[in-house]
Design a protein around this ligand. Structure first.
Ligand SMILES: Nc1nc2c(ncn2[C@@H]2O[C@H](COP(=O)(O)OP(=O)(O)O)[C@@H](O)[C@H]2O)c(=O)[nH]1
Ligand SMILES: [Mg+2]
Length: 658
């Protein structure tokens, strides 16, 4: 089905025409019928000759009821514009057309009514001329009389062609059903109605009612007075809701799918070609769908865009084969101003990037209507000096509607789900988890992470490394997983080990040795000299103290691979584990602690913690009787000394620190 809204000046015959087309009464209220005046929205529907169903939203023409008119017009894809042959173009004809243009409705039809009372020619020409200058463009025109019925078959044919040409919206699109009526039915509870522009609503589905985000389950569904189990846009639907108390739902609220919209109070928009003479008031009424709220306006910047056709080239008098001459830029005419503004709303609305909103200034003498395209529904705060002007320059260069790349450039990082909820499709592959990144920002962060990690290591050479959380804060990233992903992409420059970030040497291995303070490097050298002849006689506590090797320094030297740290008190040369394995492999298996101590040529102070260390490293295995044996992989070393496999990250056999 399709939904078409009427538009046009009061008393030009909109309601009479809907009545003649559908046989239904669009003026629902007794007061409307008594006064012969449409006050609120009316709803009627019919089948066209070839079976297509079409519903009409009949709007009031009187200037006092413009908000009602906009609530009806907001969500529909097409309009039936009505001008009376005997009335001609009138103020509300112009106002309704301006609203259609602001909302950006592109499909329509002109009906020149009351053509039994006057020649429809002049009114038709006048209206077509005005309409052609808006988003509707060139539309077909039909002269009709609701009283005599003349022209109605032609109008039905024209409606059929209009409906056939309308785009079919995506049934999987996110649901946003603007409520235009709400009432309670005894025994059933709350019912809301609206025009569903796209997506599908289904009985049993849970939606959220904005702005409260109260969950509401669809209990039952009707479309054009017939019960249905689901309805896909475009459709008129009446939805019976569970979980919404009587009197709670109202026009301007919307039923939305969870996670597919951004409920926002702040948005950046581009005004469409406002008259450059018009000063923007500080506050206007914003309309979208059936909703309206007050919007405070902050100008972010304005500029003259290039003339619409691009550079104007002089006519080539010699035909197409002439080499192109350099473009000649002519002064743009007429000057069109494109203004980017930030709106702060009184009430939050569920919005997407690319939505069209309408701004009115009901207080001004000449009622102004402006259209605007939503550029960002979650814009960054304008904290710094000059931030507004910078934002204005950036947004002014964005296309209508902006792409995923534009939004990522502005935000730097967005979760894929957040970008989708903004209504923006596409985007690059995630850089980490579901995080999307602006490619330029990501590239520049690589260099910054390398610098930050190097600076940290330089500031505190004995530190285990830079905590990723510190790097996240230093780089201003929204999530730690991004730091880890950056580091993974920087193998050879940054190492992420044991949960800390360290600079890597040129070969991709850690380069801590060269970054150790000279005093510590000298102390390490002295220890290694002590161990040169008796590799398992570890320096005692007094010697370590004299050399300034406190636990922190020992840990740093061990991380640098310069010492093997058995305990805080027992340090050996980095190859001590492999050497011990070789020596122990020469013993009859299993062996006692005393046998091992003797073979290693050391004391119990060293032998016991060393054997426990080797147990943990998987080199030796402790048996229930307290004896040990070498594990198979290490026994193998007896035959192939270079094949010693070390299960923990410790220097391998053959590496000599001395
Ligand atoms: N003679 C004649 N009168 C019409 C025609 N269409 C509407 N009218 C009358 O014009 C008046 C306004 O019509 P209505 O449909 O309420 O106008 P609306 O305000 O645009 O909805 C009513 O008195 C109608 O009976 C028509 O085609 N011919
Ligand atoms: Mg009416």
């Amino acid at each position: 089905m399709q939904v078409i809204a009427t538009a046009g000046h009061v008393d030009h015959g909109k309601s009479a025409l809907v009545r003649a087309l559908t046989g239904m009464e669009p003026d629902r209220w007794a007061e409307e019928r008594r006064r012969g005046l449409t006050i609120d929205l009316g709803f009627a529907w019919t089948k066209l000759p070839r079976g297509e169903r079409v519903a009409f939203v009949d709007v009031p023409g009187h200037e006092r009821f413009v908000p009602n008119m906009l609530a009806g017009l907001g969500p529909v894809p097409a309009v039936l514009f009505v001008v009376a042959a005997d009335g001609g173009w009138m103020p509300q004809s112009a106002e309704h057309l301006a609203a259609i243009d602001a909302v950006g409705i592109r499909h329509g039809l002109l009906a020149v009514t009351r053509s039994d009372l006057a020649d429809p020619g002049p009114a038709t020409r006048q209206a077509l001329d005005r309409i052609s200058r808006t988003s509707l463009g060139a539309v077909p025109a039909v002269a009709v009389s609701a009283v005599t019925g003349a022209g109605l078959p032609d109008l039905r044919d024209a409606l059929e062609r209009l409906v056939a040409a309308l785009p079919v919206p995506d049934p999987a699109a996110p649901v946003r059903l603007w409520v235009d009526r709400s009432f309670s039915i005894r025994g059933s509870g709350t019912v809301v109605t609206g025009t569903l522009p796209a997506g599908t609503v289904t009985a049993g589905q849970e939606l959220l009612l904005t702005p409260s985000l109260r969950p509401a389950r669809i209990r039952g569904l009707e479309s054009m007075n017939e019960p249905v189990t689901s309805a896909a846009g475009v459709a008129r639907v009446a939805v019976n809701l569970r979980g919404v108390p009587a009197g709670f739902a109202a026009r301007g609220m919307a039923l939305v799918e969870a996670g597919r919209w951004i409920l926002t109070r702040v948005l950046d928009v581009r005004l469409s070609a406002p008259d450059p003479e018009v000063m923007l008031p500080p506050e206007m009424t914003l309309h979208i769908g059936s909703a309206r709220t007050q919007a405070r306006i902050r100008t972010l910047g304005s500029l003259l865009p290039p003339s619409p056709g691009g550079p104007i080239l002089p006519d080539a008098p010699w035909g197409e084969t002439t080499p192109p001459s350099p473009p000649v830029l002519l002064p743009p005419s007429p000057p069109a101003l494109s203004t980017v503004v930030r709106l702060t709303l009184r009430d939050p609305l569920p919005l997407h990037v690319g939505d069209r909103v309408l701004l009115r200034d009901p207080g001004s003498a000449a009622v102004t209507i402006l259209g605007a395209t939503v550029l960002d529904v979650d814009p960054p705060a304008l904290a710094r000096r000059g931030a507004a002007a910078a934002a204005g320059r950036e947004l002014a260069a964005w296309p209508d509607p902006p792409s995923a790349a534009d939004l990522l450039r502005r935000h730097g990082f967005l979760r894929a789900g957040a970008l989708a909820a903004m209504g923006v499709a596409g985007g690059p592959k995630p850089v980490a988890g579901d995080w999307l990144a602006d490619p330029d920002r990501w590239a520049s962060l690589r260099g910054r992470l390398v610098e930050a990690v190097a600076a940290h290591a330089k500031r505190d050479p004995l530190a285990i490394g830079m905590p990723p959380e510190a790097a996240r804060a230093a780089l201003g990233l929204p999530d730690r997983t991004l730091v880890e992903a950056l580091a993974r992409g920087l193998r050879g420059q940054v190492l992420l080990e044991d949960g800390y970030l360290r600079p890597a040497g040129p070969s991709g291995t850690r380069d801590a040795a060269s970054s150790l303070p000279p005093r510590l490097a000298a102390a390490v050298k002295a220890v290694l000299a002590d161990l040169a002849d008796a590799p398992f006689l570890a320096p005692d506590a007094g010697r370590l103290r004299d050399l300034g090797l406190d636990p922190r320094a020992i840990a740093a030297a061990a991380r640098a691979g310069l010492l093997l740290r058995v305990t805080e008190q027992v340090v050996l040369a980095p190859d001590a584990q492999a050497q011990a394995a070789l020596i122990l492999a020469g013993l009859p298996q299993p062996f006692t602690t005393a046998e091992a101590r003797q073979a290693l040529g050391t004391t119990r102070r060293v032998a016991i913690p060393l054997l426990e260390y080797l147990d943990r490293a998987g080199v030796t295995q402790r048996l229930p009787d307290d004896r040990r044996r070498l594990r198979l992989a290490h026994a193998h070393a007896l035959v192939h000394p270079r094949a010693v496999r070390v299960s923990s990250r410790k220097p391998t056999a053959g590496r000599k620190a001395r």
